[in-house]
Design a protein around this ligand. Structure first.
Ligand SMILES: [Zn+2]
Length: 110
């Protein structure tokens, strides 16, 4: 290999270094985002309203009650009971028979 090729590899390594750093940086942002109320990943995809198919209740993640006996969104997701609405509105959740979550929406319809 000539010195010129070595320079090319070094340049590539530097470029990969930048790429890797960018990924870590993005992952860092993603980790911060997961601490917010809305969940960007599956199955909620950053939506505001999340239905619990087990209790047929809808939760407002912009007003999530994160106390142990609150909305329990992570538990709902883990149990496979989370679903989203299209459009992402409270009215759509009501139209599909979902009741208001007591802690985040309030005013039960039942
Ligand atoms: Zn709730």
């Amino acid at each position: 290999m000539s010195n010129d090729s070595g320079s090319v590899y070094l340049t590539l390594a530097r470029e990969y270094g930048i790429v890797c750093y960018g990924k870590r940086y993005l992952y860092g942002i993603a980790e911060e985002v997961t601490e917010m109320a809305r969940r960007l990943g599956a199955p909620t995809y950053g939506r505001r309203y999340v239905g619990n198919t087990s209790k047929r209740e809808v939760h407002d993640l912009d007003n999530e009650d994160t106390r142990p006996n609150g909305c329990q969104i992570d538990e709902i997701i883990r149990a496979g009971h989370a679903r989203i609405f299209d459009p992402d509105t409270l009215a759509q959740a009501h139209a599909e028979g979902y009741d208001n979550g007591a802690n985040c929406v309030g005013g039960s319809l039942r």
